[in-house]
Write a protein that binds this ligand. Structure first.
Ligand SMILES: [Zn+2]
Length: 176
């Protein structure tokens, strides 16, 4: 694994992708697909392909809930181009688990075939495991001495105006 893919995967998830995952995990696959599509359109880097792949799994699951055999098989096939080359976890998304879950869904749909797809059990449609803390929302620190916005890096919080500083573990001393 190169350093660049690590850097790429350690960056925060796009807010609309995060929203898409929340909707996905509520079983709102159509809405999830819409939010992930915005992330895909707005993201310029390679990670847009990951969002596109997750988007397509949302569509696969939507087709599964509608018992649309051809829809499941077709969209799952497309999704693999976008999903196969990522590390196990990227942007806080457990891509490996999602891939195994989606594969289990498709295997079951294949086993049932078009005639018996009505017997598909929706409990196979698992939520995406992801880390909500990787959304890149930063705490805004305001200096208690001068009111200036402070900078945080590696848990060291510094005021660029007056030099006031503290460690983020001391946060409750300054802000409660
Ligand atoms: Zn200050």
């Amino acid at each position: 694994m190169t350093e660049s893919i690590n850097d790429l995967c350690n960056a925060p998830i796009h807010p609309q992708a995060a929203e898409g995952l929340r909707l996905f995990n509520e079983g709102k696959y159509f809405e999830a697909h819409e939010a992930l599509e915005i992330a895909w359109l707005e993201e310029k880097g390679k990670v847009r392909e990951l969002y596109r792949g997750v988007l397509q799994i949302a569509v696969v699951y939507l087709h599964a809930t509608r018992r649309n055999y051809n829809g499941v098989i077709k969209v799952y096939g497309r999704s693999q181009k976008w999903l196969k080359d990522w590390p196990e976890i990227c942007r806080g998304i457990d891509v490996g688990q999602l891939q195994r879950d989606a594969k289990a869904v498709v295997n079951e749909i294949n086993r049932l075939g078009m005639e018996n797809i009505s017997q598909f059990n929706n409990s196979l449609l698992k939520p995406v495991r992801w880390n909500e803390n990787q959304t890149g929302k930063k705490h805004v620190y305001i200096c208690d001495r001068c009111g200036h916005e402070m900078h945080e890096k590696n848990c060291k919080v510094t005021c660029p105006n007056c030099g006031n500083r503290f460690d983020c573990s001391d946060l409750n001393i300054y802000f409660d």
